[in-house]
Design a protein around this ligand. Sequence first.
Ligand code: SF4
Length: 159
Amino acid sequence: MPGLIRIKPHHFVDIVTAFGAGRKHFEPHPHGHAVHTVAAMVAADPDVLLEMDFGADDICEPCAHNIGGFCDDTIDTSFRPDAPASKREWNLLIDGRWASRLGLEEGDRLTAREFCVRLRDTAGDITDIYREIPAEHTAARAANLAKGALALLEPKGRQ
Ligand code: SF4
């Protein structure tokens, strides 16, 4: 469907968080993933339709770490020793928590704006979602996420 973005919940959360930190443009990443193009679509139209996808979403699709639909990357566990080293396993953990918090299931469709309404109304204390990460690391993320969600909910979206 034209304009439909298949996206992991935490990938959308990360884009909104970056917006809240004042980031307006994303450069192409060396891994080749599509964060920059998806972020541009969201910034251009907060009413763009999202489909929740916990697997290889539209951001993963062109990524060098997307091997047959499975992420083969690893994460830095030096500051989160209780987290799984596999990025795929870590993502599934975080996406499951975000989905539970926001009342979402894989395959659900909602606009970026509607996702931001859920973030505004039900995100609450997100240190529990990132419980393997020291809370002080999550504080700035939480503030920027709230700011980014409110910015996308402005009548004309981000300017
Ligand atoms: S989750 Fe893995 S495959 Fe998807 S964009 Fe990130 S590194 Fe690439």
